[in-house]
Design a protein around this ligand. Structure first.
Ligand SMILES: [Zn+2]
Length: 377
C-alpha cells in the first residue's frame, strides 16, 4: 500500500571521528503505544536559528516528513513544511514562537506528498512566501503523478477506517504488518480528516542545480546532487550551522525505494559525503552525526544497481531478479533481524527498489511526466 500522504562542498570530512569504521546499528523494534497524534513533531534546535521537527517513530502510519526551520535576521525558510495541514499549522506556530519573523521561503525536498500537501497553511499565514523546488518537482505538480492527491474530498467518509478494517480482516496478514496498521486505528478519523485538507502546492520558483537564499546575515543553499529517491531531490545546506537536511535521499531506519534511481542515488550520496557538516537530517527519522548510515545506503544502492544489471544481462525477468538477488550482506544491517523492520524493509525498500532498478535496466522511465489533462481518469 503506497500512502499518498504518498556545489561547492568542502573536501574535509568532519563528522564524528571513527565514522569511517563504525557500522550502522539498526534500532530496536518500535513501541507503538503512542499517546500523541501522528502529526506531532519533536523539536530540537541543534544550532542558533535552526529548528528540526521530527515525527517520533518514523515508521508510524501515516509516514510524515521531517520539517526544518532556519531563520536569518530578516526572514525564515521552511524546508518541507508539512504533508498535512495540521503539521504545517504546528510548523507555523513554531516559527511564530521562536522567531517573530515572516516565512519568506518554503522549499520542497521532492514531490512525495508527505512533504508538502499541508503547506497551504503556511502560504495563507505568509502570502508573500516563495515556494521553491527543483524544476522537476515543479513539473510533477501538474502531472498524473500527483493525481492521487487531486480530489482529496471525493473519498467516502470513513473510507480510511474501512481500508484499515479490510486489511486487518485478512487472516494471512503478517503479524508485523498487523501491528503497523493497528496502531493507526485510534487515529483513523484524524488521519482521514487531514487527508481531506491535502492541497497540491503551486511552485513559484524551480531550479536545476542549486539556489542561494539570503535570510539576512545568513545565506543557505538548496542543492540538487543528482537523481536519487526522485529525479528532483534537493537538500538544504546551512553552512554556518554545519547542517545538511537531505530530504528522502536519506531515510532512517528503512529507506523508501519507490520510483527511485539506485546508481544515481549512490552517486548523489557520495557527493553528499563530501560535505563538511556535523549533522545530517534525514527526510524521516532522527538526525545523525556520523556517516555510518549514509555509507550503508551508498553500498546498498550500488549493489542493487550492479546485481540488477548482472541479472538482467543473464536474461532474468523481474521475478528472476527478485529470486536471485542476494540481500544477505545488506538486509541484516538495516533490520537487525527484527521481524517488524524486516517487514518494512520488504514493503518499503526491497520490492519497490528492485522494481525500479529493473525498469531502469530495461529502458523504462520511473517517473514519466504526463500532463494531468492528458491522463486517463
Ligand atoms: Zn517522505
Amino acid at each position: 500500500m503506497f500512502i499518498p500522504f504518498a556545489l561547492a562542498a568542502s573536501l574535509a570530512f568532519s563528522l564524528a571521528s571513527g565514522a569511517d569504521t563504525q557500522d550502522h546499528r539498526p534500532p530496536p523494534a518500535p513501541d507503538f503505544n503512542a499517546e500523541r497524534d501522528p502529526f506531532e513533531l519533536d523539536w530540537t534546535s541543534p544550532a542558533s536559528g535552526v529548528w528540526i521537527g521530527v515525527r517520533p517513530q518514523s515508521a508510524r502510519l501515516p509516514v510524515t516528513g521531517t520539517s526544518v526551520i532556519v531563520a536569518g535576521e530578516t526572514g525564515v525558510l521552511v524546508f518541507d513544511g508539512g504533508g498535512t495541514r495540521l503539521q504545517a499549522e504546528r510548523v507555523a506556530d513554531k516559527v511564530r514562537a521562536e522567531t517573530g519573523l515572516p516565512v519568506t521561503h518554503i522549499a520542497i525536498s521532492h514531490w512525495h506528498g508527505d512533504h508538502h500537501l499541508g503547506i497551504s497553511a503556511l502560504r495563507e499565514a505568509w502570502p508573500e512566501a516563495q515556494v521553491v523546488s527543483h524544476s522537476f518537482t515543479r513539473d510533477v505538480m501538474g502531472s498524473t503523478l500527483m493525481d492521487s492527491a487531486r480530489n482529496p474530498e471525493a473519498a467516502e467518509p470513513g473510507a480510511f477506517r474501512s481500508q484499515l478494517d479490510a486489511a486487518l480482516a485478512n487472516p494471512d496478514l503478517a503479524a508485523p504488518a498487523r501491528l503497523w496498521l493497528e496502531q493507526a486505528l485510534p487515529w483513523a478519523d484524524l488521519i482521514e480528516a487531514q487527508g481531506r485538507t491535502a492541497r497540491i502546492p503551486e511552485i513559484d520558483t524551480g531550479f536545476d542545480d542549486s539556489m542561494e537564499i539570503d535570510l539576512g546575515e545568513r545565506v543557505v543553499r538548496l542543492i540538487h546532487l543528482g537523481p536519487g529517491n526522485t529525479k528532483g531531490d534537493i537538500m538544504l545546506h546551512i553552512p554556518d550551522a554545519r547542517i545538511i537536511a537531505a530530504g528522502d535521499a536519506v531515510v532512517h531506519p528503512t529507506p523508501y525505494g519507490f520510483f527511485s534511481y539506485p546508481a544515481d542515488w549512490a552517486a548523489a550520496l557520495t557527493r553528499l559525503r563530501a560535505f563538511d557538516v556535523d549533522l545530517i537530517v534525514p527526510g524521516h527519522g532522527d538526525a545523525m552525526s556520523d556517516w555510518a548510515y549514509v555509507d550503508l545506503l551508498i553500498e546498498t544502492l550500488q549493489s542493487i544497481a550492479d546485481q540488477t544489471a548482472a541479472l538482467v544481462a543473464e536474461g532474468h525477468d523481474l521475478d528472476g531478479v527478485r529470486d536471485h538477488f542476494d540481500w544477505s550482506a545488506l538486509e541484516p544491517r538495516f533490520t537487525g533481524g527484527d521481524p517488524f523492520w524486516a517487514n518494512r524493509f520488504d514493503v518499503w525498500f526491497k520490492r519497490p527498489i528492485l522494481d525500479a532498478a529493473w525498469r531502469l535496466e530495461t529502458g523504462l522511465d520511473n517517473e514519466e511526466l504526463i500532463p494531468h489533462e492528458h491522463g486517463v481518469d
